[in-house]
Design a protein around this ligand. Sequence first.
Ligand code: COA
Length: 90
Amino acid sequence: PSLKSAGIGSALMRHAVAEAARLGHAAILLVGDAPYYGRFGFSAAKTGSLAMPGPYERHRLLAVELVEGALDGVHGTLKAAGRKLKALAA
Ligand SMILES: CC(C)(COP(=O)(O)OP(=O)(O)OC[C@H]1O[C@@H](n2cnc3c(N)ncnc32)[C@H](O)[C@@H]1OP(=O)(O)O)[C@@H](O)C(=O)NCCC(=O)NCCS
């Protein structure tokens, strides 16, 4: 609690967004509070025709384009596209 509002969350977000852009991703989607993520460019403006496979609050599905127009006309249900890693033994 003593470190809240010290800019750590924003620094992590800016780093993550820059890293995603550096790796060539065209957009980032997340489920979160628009009043917080709006400052990093996220909004629900282009997620209206997208759905998550499980339960979530639709108005909290937000996106930011890293490549302009990357989310124009997107629709459908999101699905994981990353590599699956084996769980490490405890
Ligand atoms: C949200 C979170 C990442 C912020 O971390 P942080 O290091 O305090 O972030 P920053 O210092 O960069 O920013 C703090 C600012 O965000 C604001 N803020 C925090 N949560 C917010 C929210 N849900 N909605 C609107 N603003 C929010 C704070 O009021 C503060 O405003 P200020 O800059 O005017 O003082 C952190 O509190 C956290 O992990 N919370 C639990 C999970 C969560 O709520 N995640 C977001 C929704 S999924």
